[in-house]
Design a protein around this ligand. Structure first.
Ligand code: GLC
Ligand code: CA
Length: 537
């Protein structure tokens, strides 16, 4: 059995986790000082966002040296200590692999932009200006919107799908691919346990850059397949990467897969094809916007029926082939409880626990973003109104450790202001409270680990049209679990399906009580219950 199928992944955002030297920026020694905390959670894998040398145009996603550590974060010695210390605690370390682009300050790009004849020229996508500006491609982080940037030195345009300081690498170039594979080996040889592959579907592009109108592209937003990303040669590259690197190590790989179709997803994770292990889709993240308007949140909230449909669809995709992932937030998304639960004083605790129950009872490897285990909130309205870079800071505010100034994150001035609620919401308080979100999180992990049915059991959705309750069963051989999640702030009666009796064992409940009358359970706002039965029907 593959260890990554049974793993619980915890994402550490290094810049905001813990600062060890008072410069206001989280660092590797900071993470090292929190080993006991990480271990206390019961997680198996830490995924750490990029810590490589970077001028920080995009918080480390613009790498200028793949084989060294960002000065603010520490040294390679610190990194080795981090890796070693985690391994001693039986926690694996997964890093970000950012190879769609580098920083424009990377040596390759400096060389590349120098002359049209430079040996590194073809490491990037250049188009001579004599032919005019190449066909429009949108850039995610560029105000003006074009992903082509004119560079006067060689009178050419280079492609940058992300910021202007993140030129896209040219994967058609075999020499470039070889350099990337060598770099991956460098980290695997150190003992790193895998990569989360940033923007990986973008590495393969149609080199002819066929012309599209801006309108066409906007309309297709999210459907990049074929012309913008996910060109068919993506699979050639991933298979080559597997043959030359991945097959030689026992590592975990997960692709970031925005806009990907289930068919494409299958191709990437089908073990027989030998590409990657897992992928995370964005369809869930796209729920709750005003239809047709990518960036405006629907004031009426999101539709649970749609939510269930999407997560069920993707469950079924990976039930057939490959293996899935599940997440409800990360460094690019709003805080989980604010976006999918209810962060008001009244409902924050039960709704955060309910979402935790969801993540740990689905048939997929759960990815958990640091801070969500204590119910960190964010300004979701601001985030959704403006999904540009600055809005992402909402979910990147420093971790809340205790009541001391800046929540114990730093003794200096934090790079980003600490959320003002830190005196009520922090690890120190929740650690001592048996009913806290944090302790619920720990308990839920224990339950997942003790019950293979939660890992491998078949998922079956019940009552798909119910607007407030998300209920499903997980079945493995003669064991069957029923999960009932009230996603609303109302109390309501929910009828338990026939094969479950009212006296079933309740494994976890985010309230003290669970009122049952005959075949009905009276659910309180955001109540979550996991029941177990021996008798599968
Ligand atoms: C991914 C990362 C995001 C980054 C972008 C460019 O989407 O998650 O944070 O800005 O890629 O590397
Ligand atoms: Ca620091």
């Amino acid at each position: 059995m593959k260890w990554w199928k049974e793993a619980i992944v915890y994402q550490v955002y290094p810049r905001s986790f813990k600062d060890s030297n008072g410069d206001g920026i989280g660092d590797l020694q900071g993470i090292i000082s929190k080993f006991d905390y990480l271990q206390s959670l019961g997680i198996d894998v830490v995924w750490i966002n990029p810590v490589y040398t970077s001028p920080n145009d995009d918080n480390g996603y613009d790498i200028s040296d793949y084989c060294d550590i960002m000065k603010e974060f520490g040294t390679m010695k610190d990194f080795d200590e981090l890796l070693d210390g985690l391994h001693k605690r039986k926690i694996r370390l997964v890093m970000d692999l950012v190879v769609n682009h580098t920083s424009d300050e990377h040596e390759w790009f400096k060389q590349s932009r120098n002359s049209r004849k430079n040996p590194y020229r073809n490491y990037y996508h250049w188009r001579h200006s004599e032919k005019g500006e190449p066909p429009f491609r949108p850039s995610f982080f560029d105000e003006k919107g074009s992903a082509w940037k004119y560079d006067s030195k060689t009178r050419s345009y280079y492609l940058h799908i992300f910021s202007v300081k993140q030129p896209d690498l040219n994967w058609e170039n075999r020499q470039l691919r070889k350099e990337i594979y060598e770099m991956m080996k460098f980290w695997f040889d150190k003992g790193v346990d895998g990569f989360r592959m940033d923007a990986i579907t973008f590495i393969a592009k149609d080199e002819n850059f066929p012309a599209f109108t801006e309108d066409e592209i906007q309309k297709q937003y999210g459907e990049w397949s074929g012309y913008y990303a996910s060109h068919p040669c993506l699979h050639e590259y991933l298979h080559e990467m597997y043959t030359e690197v991945l097959s030689k190590y026992d590592v975990m790989t997960v692709a970031e897969g925005p806009g990907i179709s289930p068919e494409e997803a299958h191709k990437i994770v089908d073990p027989a094809r030998k590409e990657l292990n897992m992928l995370y889709h964005f369809e869930g993240m796209g729920i709750g916007y005003v239809p047709g308007e990518f960036k405006r949140v629907d004031p009426n909230g999101y539709d649970l029926v749609k939510f269930k449909e999407v997560y069920t669809k993707w469950n079924d995709v990976f039930a057939r082939k490959g293996w899935g992932t599940i997440y409800l937030g990360n460094h690019d998304q709003p805080r989980m409880v604010s976006r999918w639960g209810n962060d008001s004083a009244e409902f924050k605790v039960p709704s955060a626990k309910m979402l935790i129950t969801f993540l740990f009872t689905m048939h997929a490897t759960p990815f958990f973003y640091n801070g969500d285990e204590i119910g960190k909130k964010g300004d979701v309205k601001r985030f959704l109104e403006n999904q540009k870079e600055s809005a992402r800071d909402n979910s990147r505010t420093p971790f809340q450790w205790d009541n001391s100034s800046h929540a114990g994150f730093t003794t200096g001035a934090p790079w980003l202001k600490v959320n003002h609620n830190y005196t009520e919401c922090n690890v120190e308080i929740q650690d001592k409270d048996p009913d806290s979100i944090l302790n619920y999180f720990r308990k839920m992990i224990k339950i997942r680990k003790a019950n293979p049915v939660l890992l491998y059991g078949h998922y079956h959705l019940l009552d798909k049209a119910h607007k407030q309750v998300y209920a499903y069963t997980r079945t493995l051989e003669d064991e069957k679990f029923l999960i009932i999640l009230n996603f609303s702030k109302e109390s309501l009666d929910y009828r338990i399906p026939g094969s479950f009796r009212h006296d079933e064992e309740i494994l976890i409940n985010n309230y003290k009580t669970c009122e049952q009358h005959k075949d009905k359970v009276h659910l309180q706002p955001y109540q979550a219950i996991v029941m177990k039965t021996k008798s599968a029907d």
